[in-house]
Design a protein around this ligand. Structure first.
Ligand code: MN
Length: 492
């Protein structure tokens, strides 16, 4: 474990971490070990290792110091001996806030359901809890490590956690534009949720992957040479299609398990410095390899995908006439495609602010729809170069206007500002309004005129027999629903 920690420190040092940052990391690591003293994971590993690996994921996504520290500490309150208060004293309010958010998210029980509304609620929940979006990043880093160690859990738990990952966490990562993280979560969950299908795809794709890699290597060599002649410094990768997304594609009616119809089983990914180099590289590619007619070029640079993804995709007759997909993007776009919104809090970015990243490509058009606000977050990321300012924008404009209150079962209700447990009760069910005895928020008894805050978990303690509502409630309730119901019963 200690060598893993040293490796993490080295990684941070490479981003020019300050000495004081390194001290903080050591402090967080010692604190984590102390809080989880003598606790073990089901895998037999010391519990603190889970904090360490969660932090490692966050380092990999290049998140800022507060997120990384929170990654270490994220379970020390819920499962260890620490308290949010103490974390605040030692590591400051920002870190404590993230840890508190993660703890709250973990407390809400997610009932297994494929119901779309439920998934939608869940996404809302995360964002409500995430007064600070970094809570979601830590939660995703936590889930990623849990998925990697899933084999040591009992079988029925494996299946439940893996389905939840596939249905909720992977789509969440996708919404946040973290394509690589989404793909990793999918692939980790795949064998647990669909074991037979997983086996079939693995077996049947093996040769195709190998074959595709061979001729992609050839293309890579030729292209690198040509681009160098043109004076373009490019990095080229062969990107293997992730197994789960390959399976989804194979299942499509138009494809029906015909591997010859899948042209991106290994795609060629070219990364260059600037947007104009993307377009001249496209010219070079088409000059060397004939374009496949009708498929055309998808230009997600001028027209980004809803989650902010940008790249140019084209299909050409590659080496030996084989149809191959080529993706062209800048390094900045690549970073964003892999880590999405997380890229904004980039540790490296904070350190080199104002230098290289300033040229971070053109803006994104925002159109409002179901997830318009996520898109907006992505576009703000482009428009607002200052991290602090962005954070403020995210906190106030996207999330503060929403007031999501949770039932103890994890259902989410969108209530207006200043709503009380009475409003909550009538929103959950008019019938519930007839049984209000008292209310608990986050496990503690509160007065009935208590003003609920976003992220609160509200529980109505019921009377044995129905009881008419109190006229006095009309003085402090805020929802029409409660008002109507009360007036109907007390007769104005
Ligand atoms: Mn955890």
């Amino acid at each position: 474990m200690e060598s893993e920690f040293k490796e993490l420190v080295l990684q941070i040092k490479r981003y020019n971490g300050k000495e004081s940052d390194i001290d903080l990391l050591s402090k967080a690591w010692e604190y984590t070990k102390l809080s989880h003293l003598n606790q073990k994971r089901l895998s037999g590993e010391p519990y603190a290792s889970h904090g360490l690996y969660t932090a490692k994921n966050l380092v990999e996504w290049k998140l800022d110091m507060s997120s990384i520290l929170a990654g270490f500490l994220h379970d020390t309150v819920e499962d260890g001996k620490a308290s949010v208060k103490e974390i605040k004293e030692i590591f400051g309010g920002e870190v404590a806030g993230i840890v508190d958010g993660v703890t709250k998210v973990s407390k809400v029980k997610l009932r297994g359901s494929k119901d779309e509304a439920f998934v939608e609620n869940l996404r809302k929940m995360f964002l409500a809890m995430a007064k600070d979006l970094r809570v979601v990043f830590v939660k995703l880093a936590d889930r990623l490590h849990n998925m990697r160690t899933l084999s040591s859990l009992p079988e029925e738990k494996q299946k439940r956690i893996a389905s939840e990952t596939l249905e909720i966490f992977a789509p969440l990562a996708e919404r946040l534009g973290m394509g690589e993280v989404k793909a990793q979560l999918d692939d980790l969950a795949f064998p647990y949720v669909y074991p037979r299908e997983y086996e079939k795809v693995t077996k049947e794709s093996l040769l195709h992957y190998k074959d595709a890699e061979k001729f992609i290597r050839k293309m890579k060599r030729r292209l690198l040479k040509k681009l160098a002649c043109d004076g373009i410094r490019a990095k080229i990768d062969g990107r293997k299609k992730h197994l789960y997304s390959l399976w989804i594609k194979l299942e499509r009616p138009g494809i029906d398990w015909d591997f010859n119809k899948i042209h991106d089983i290994v795609a060629l990914r070219i990364m260059v410095d600037t947007v104009s180099q993307c377009y001249s590289t496209l010219g070079t590619v088409h000059n060397m390899y004939k374009q496949v007619p009708y498929f055309g070029v998808s230009d997600f640079i001028s027209q980004p995908k809803p989650n902010g993804y940008r790249s140019i995709h084209t299909r050409v007759f590659g080496e030996g006439g084989r149809v191959s997909e080529v993706q062209i993007r800048t390094h900045g776009m690549h970073q964003q495609a892999e880590y999405g919104l997380a890229a904004h809090w980039s540790y490296a970015l904070a350190k080199t602010k104002g230098t290289k990243e300033k040229s971070l490509d053109a803006g994104i058009k925002v159109d409002q729809e179901k997830f318009g606000w996520v898109r907006q977050l992505v576009s703000w990321q482009e428009e607002i170069k200052d991290s602090e300012e962005y954070l403020r924008a995210v906190k106030f404009d996207a999330l503060e206007h929403r007031n999501f209150i949770f039932s103890p079962k994890g259902d989410v209700f969108d209530l207006p500002e200043g709503a009380t447990p009475i409003d909550f009760a009538f929103t959950v069910h008019t019938g519930l309004g007839d049984y209000i005895k008292s209310a608990k928020v986050n496990g503690k008894l509160v007065p009935l005129n208590y003003k609920l805050k976003s992220g609160d978990i509200c529980e109505i303690i019921k009377t044995k027999n129905p009881r008419p509502p109190n006229k006095g409630w009309l003085d402090f309730i805020t929802t029409k629903q409660a008002e109507n119901a009360i007036k109907r019963k007390v007769g104005k």
